[in-house]
Design a protein around this ligand. Sequence first.
Ligand SMILES: [Cu+2]
Length: 339
Amino acid sequence: GGIGGKDGEVWSAAGGTWRRLPGVPVKTTMTDDPAGPYRADNHQWLHAISGGRVLHLGPSKQLNWISTRGDGSITPAGTRADSTDAMNGNAVAYDIGKLLTLGGATAYEKAPATNRAYTVDLNGGKKPISARTGDMSHARAFSNSVVMPDGKVAVFGGQFTPVPFSDDRSVLTPEIWDPATGRFTPVASMAVPRNYHSVANLLPDGRIFTGGGGLCGGCTTNHPNGAIFTPPYLLNPDGTERTRPRLISTIPTRTAHGARLPVRTDTAIASFALVRAGAATHSTDNDQRRVPLTYRQTGTHAYELAIPTDPGVALPGTYMLFALDMRGVPSKAALLTLN
Ligand SMILES: [Cu+2]
C-alpha cells in the first residue's frame, strides 16, 4: 500500500514473519520514471544467491548487491552495459549465475520500448559482468520470457510502447535466444496479444503456456484465455513430433542439497537440467531459474546426478527435472522439491 518508502524486508519461512532491513532503502533501487515513486520502485528483478545475498539487476540501469544479514546493506554493482532503465522488461536466470535481460522502457508507460538484450554474469567475482547480446527483432515491454531446459530463452508478447490495458502495436511473434550464439530467432506467431497482466510459464512437458493480458473490469483488451507453444526442440523439420527420451526410474518427490540421485532412462542422455517452477506476474519472474546438473554415467542409460550442495545455486523450491538426448530433445519432467 501507499506510494514510496517500500524499504527492504525479509520473510522467514520458519516463522512466517517479516523482518525489516533498514540498511536496504528502496531509493537506491528506483528507476528515473516521470511518474515518480508510484512507478519507479515497481517490478524489481531480484536474484538470490549464496550467503543471504541478492543481486538487484533491474529494471533500473543501476545494479546493486543486497545483503539480508542483520540490518541489511545495499551497495552499487555497476550497470547493464549501455542499458537505460528497462521497466516492464524481463530478467531470466538461464544458467548458474547467468541472467538474460531484455526489452522494457525508460518509463512504466507511454515511452518507447527497446529491442536490446543483455547478459549479466555473476561468476567472475565481485562485480557482475554485463554485456550487450543480440537485439530482438522487435522492441517489447510487457513481454514474458521463459527459460527452457536446453538453456535457450523464449520471449512472448509485449508491445512497442507499453500502455496498460491496451493492445496497440502488439508483438505477436515470439523469439528464441540462444546463449551459444547470442542471437534471437523468430518462431510461430501467436493469435492473441499478450501484454499488461499476461504470463508465460514452462510446463513440465517441455511446452510453454502463454495466457492472460488486460483483466480489468470492463476493458476491451481482456484475454481470459491461454495458448500452448510447442518449442522447435519437440518437432521434426516436417512438423511431426520427435521421439522423446524418457525417465524410467521413479524419481523421489523430495530430495536434499548435496544428494546423489540415481536415474535410469530409455536412451542415451547428453545433459540433465533442473528448471525451477516459475511465478510470473507483471513481466517479472524472480522464481524461475535453470540449474544444469553435473552427473556421472553408472551403466547403460543409467546415471547418477549431483544435486548442488549450495542452496544459493539451487534455491529451495519445486523444480522440473529434465533429461535431454544427444539432439537436445527434452524428456517430460519429473517434479522434485528441494528443501
Ligand atoms: Cu497490475
